[in-house]
Write a protein that binds this ligand. Structure first.
Ligand code: FPP
Length: 251
């Protein structure tokens, strides 16, 4: 599968909604957290797979602002899992050139998780192969609201004039200021929704939905999604003929 992919059309930024852990566990008569624990292989496979094809950034929806309303036992277990596995993965992050990043209301996380996250971000900061962003206590509407507040503050203290507010300024004030726009969004488990994820950043993303439950996701599944992406025509509002013209001018 890997050799079927085109080198010149690699998505720069892949975002994944890792869905279906609970259903995966339930199918085996186990508690939901069993699904989350078995999701880590899929996380590793997706990151290594994306890095192998030359993707610059992969962003994972690990915990949404809405996930806080899940039973406390599940929330606590997810936070523990995150803290423990982040620490454990550091040698592999270093070996594979993975720079860890995080977006969301990070101050909402338990202190221990915040501390671990800070340490892992710091120790991996010079890695250059791929940026791995965990979305934690993340919601796109919250991100946009916080972006508006940051911009309003700059206008209020006269470091920014209203006439200078453009899309670039908005982009620079989002949590993802250091990431390219999302090219490909993958959601597992058969649900076909965006669930308040990276709404600004996905304005032109190709969307790919698969029935695979997240714990079963492997790099071959990522390549399949990328192959589908490569066979789609991204027009960014233009016509096919215009794109053909641009292509002829380039080649
Ligand atoms: C969605 O499945 C998954 C989550 C809310 C949590 C995602 C977390 C992980 C993949 C593990 C986290 C660890 C790291 C290091 C990233 P669901 O629980 O909504 O499943 P369901 O829709 O079948 O109930």
């Amino acid at each position: 599968m890997l050799n079927k992919l085109k080198n010149n059309k690699v998505p720069k930024h892949i975002a994944i909604i890792m869905d279906g852990n609970g259903r995966w566990a339930k199918k085996q008569g186990m508690a939901r957290i069993f699904g989350h624990r078995n999701a880590l292989t899929a996380v590793r496979e997706a990151v290594i797979g994306a890095s192998e094809i030359g993707t610059e950034a992969i962003t994972l929806y690990a915990f949404s602002t809405e996930n806080w309303s899940r039973p406390k036992i599940e929330v606590d277990a997810l936070m523990n899992l995150l803290t423990k596995s982040l620490k454990k993965e550091v040698p592999d992050f270093q070996k594979n050139g993975v720079k860890v990043n995080a977006i969301g209301r990070l101050n909402d996380l338990p202190k221990r998780a915040q501390q671990t996250l800070k340490e892992v971000i710091d120790v991996t900061k010079n890695n250059t192969k791929i940026i791995l962003t965990f979305s934690l206590s993340y919601g796109s509407r919250e991100e946009i609201t916080s972006c508006i507040k940051k911009i309003a503050e700059k206008v209020k203290n006269s470091t920014l004039s209203i006439n200078d507010i453009d899309e670039e300024i908005v982009q620079q004030n989002l949590y993802t200021y250091n990431l390219p726009d999302v090219d490909l969004m993958i959601r597992t488990s058969g649900e076909q929704r965006l669930s308040n994820y990276l709404l600004w950043q996905m304005a032109y993303a190709e969307l790919y939905f698969t029935d695979i439950l997240w714990p079963d996701f492997r790099r071959e599944d990522l390549y399949k999604a990328v192959e589908t992406y490569q066979n789609r025509e991204r027009r960014f509002g233009k016509t096919s003929e215009q794109l053909d013209g641009e292509h002829e001018q380039i080649t």
